[in-house]
Design a protein around this ligand. Structure first.
Ligand code: ATP
Ligand code: MG
Length: 557
């Protein structure tokens, strides 16, 4: 009860406060947000935060969200990325009201530029980029306008037409907004709003050889779509005055920009540029390599949309940069998988156990699919005279408090019987070949009349019924908490042991029917899901997350 109350009373984040005030005061009748990815890479968990925020706000306040591809840079954008972005947003559980492209507005943006020129608020500048940079001044020194700022309206209009017509080479001319070269805010010092780039665009083809800059495309696109709350990350705080300046002077729909802190997470890099390097330089196999922080990688690794939404909700919306502990994301997925994962017994490193007094060869034991599930469904598992248990669950000379199998010691086999170790059989080289045990027929789980209490319960599989699979165990991709803030290249901090493959494990036969959309807990081992590399011949499972946070202990050391 206490818990539920807390959830309901959870205080509003600062953006929700703004939205509630705007709705209450009548400033906005409805809210319209947008998620504006640049299609130059796959979305990462930072984008997931932005998606949950933008779509979540609209959902909460009965508004809508547009998906807008910010495709103003013709060189880096690809259709493959557009498709993956749509898949990822849908997978997270959100549906957009409209799918738009900034490139759809190129004609309109061109007209906006003309409007500014006609108001004598934009001019064509022939300076080289170094000259433009030098004339800009410094944060403590005002910038200076050059002679091109004196051009007449007619001349500017003609030159801009010529730029569009392809008369000039890349970099020969730019269009700048005439704002204020002495402004304390450097963004306002006559920013470039159009550049020449003779490049093929993935949607507009070769129609354009001039492209609007981010600042001239983004806010105007918001305005064209009547976006009420344009939410972006903190690095755009200093762009806000310019955002408002364009809207004011173009006299268009007054969208408003609000900024929040981007998500940074420990042991992770979060920029598409860096992620692209990891893929191109083959540190990982692909964008959806399960060690990557991309949404597609989390999906492949067995994360659920619910767990990622929960994570986004837990971290909230801040105004200051911070570093979120990766363990929090892992906590969210563990919590969800504990509720939904089917339990299975899988032996990673087998030791043969022979039950010498066992003769029934057709016995089936029954085990719960998930003790957390109210429906209490069960599965059948064949039991037999020869079983595998984990090597590490047996010690010939047991350490103190080793409550698993050892000579003379008793353990329970999960959902089956209590066994007692009688004899250890060795190979010629002294290694253990098998362990011989006896079982107690009256100790069967669910019908135990033995009166015995044993401390350890082991998972097991029947040797002759076991099926095999390959496992891929993942660890953090980086060895350090904040690889982007270390000396040298971030790639020097890659964890060389981030992938461990176990080529053959032995699983209870019910795992044969594993499905891609199902999640599994391999008892005592971790949470797993079927990987897309699985084939008819070989099943491959990814470890989504371990059962416990082993790093928490490491960090405390
Ligand atoms: P990157 O630096 O990783 O390439 P980006 O900001 O260039 O990211 P965009 O495609 O331009 O990526 O971003 C789309 C939206 O997602 C923007 O509104 C951006 O602010 C937001 N976003 C990007 N990274 C994060 C992050 N780490 N945390 C929260 N929001 C983010
Ligand atoms: Mg960007």
């Amino acid at each position: 009860m206490e818990e539920i109350k807390k959830e309901e009373e959870k205080s509003l984040n600062f953006i929700e406060e703004i939205v509630e005030e705007d709705l209450r005061s009548g400033k906005n009748k409805n809210i319209l947000t947008r998620f504006p990815p640049e299609p130059n890479g796959y979305l990462h968990i930072g984008h997931a935060k932005s998606i949950c925020l933008n779509f979540g706000l609209a959902k909460k306040y009965g508004g809508k969200t547009n998906l807008r591809f910010d495709d103003t840079n013709p060189v880096t954008e690809e259709t493959e990325y557009v498709d993956s972005i749509k898949e990822d947003v849908r997978w997270l559980g959100f549906e957009w009201a409209n799918e738009f492209y900034a490139s759809d507005y190129f004609d309109q943006l061109y007209e906006f530029a003309v409007t500014l020129m006609k108001k004598n608020l934009a001019y064509v500048d022939d300076s080289k980029s170094e000259e433009i940079a030098a004339q800009k001044g410094t944060p403590t020194e005002p910038g200076k306008r050059n002679k091109y700022a004196e051009r007449s309206i007619e001349e500017n209009l003609q030159l801009f037409t010529d730029m569009r017509a392809g008369k000039y080479a890349d970099g020969e001319k730019v269009l700048r907004a005439k704002v204020d070269m002495t402004a304390a805010n450097m963004q306002l010092r006559d920013p470039i709003i159009y550049r020449i780039k003779h490049a093929h665009h993935h949607r507009t083809g070769d129609k354009w050889c001039i492209y609007p800059m981010y600042d001239f495309a983004h806010g105007q696109s918001d305005s064209i779509e009547n976006i009420t709350h344009s939410i972006c990350t903190l690095e755009f705080v200093t762009h806000r005055p310019l955002y408002d300046w364009f809207i004011e002077h173009l006299e268009i729909f007054p969208s408003k920009q609000y900024e929040f802190a981007r998500l940074n997470m420990t042991f992770t890099v979060m920029s598409k540029r860096k992620l692209l390097q990891l893929v191109n330089e083959k540190f990982v196999s692909s964008w959806d390599d399960p060690r990557m922080p991309t949404i597609s990688a989390y999906r492949r690794r067995g994360y659920t949309p619910e767990s990622i939404r929960k994570f986004a909700d837990k971290i909230g919306v801040q105004k200051r940069e911070n570093l979120i502990d990766l363990s929090l994301l892992e906590f969210c997925i563990r919590e969800h998988l504990n509720k939904i994962a089917h339990r299975k017994m899988v032996v990673f490193d087998p030791l043969k156990v022979v039950i010498t007094n066992y003769t029934d060869e057709n016995e089936i034991v029954v085990s719960e699919n998930n003790p957390e599930d109210e429906e209490k469904t069960t599965r059948e598992i064949p039991f037999s005279r020869e079983l595998y248990i984990e090597k590490e669950d047996f010690m010939e000379n047991p350490a103190k408090k080793f409550f698993r199998l050892a000579p003379g010691q008793k353990v329970r086999l999960k959902s089956a019987y209590i066994i007692q170790c009688e004899e250890v059989i060795k190979n010629a080289d002294g290694s253990i070949a098998e362990v011989r045990c006896i079982y107690l027929p009256e100790s069967k789980s669910g019908a135990d009349t033995s009166g015995l209490k044993v401390q350890g319960t082991l998972h097991w599989v029947s040797v002759k019924h076991a099926i095999t699979a390959e496992l891929r165990l993942y660890d953090r991709l980086f060895k350090v908490q904040d690889p982007s803030n270390e000396e040298g290249d971030f790639k020097e901090y890659i964890n060389p042991d981030s992938l461990q493959i176990i080529s053959t494990v032995y699983a209870e036969p019910s795992l044969k029917n594993a499905k891609f959309d199902e999640r599994y807990q391999f008892l005592r081992k971790g949470y797993f899901c079927l990987d897309k590399d699985s084939s008819e011949e070989k099943m491959v499972f990814n470890r989504t997350v371990s059962l416990k946070d082993t790093w928490a202990k490491e960090l405390k050391k």
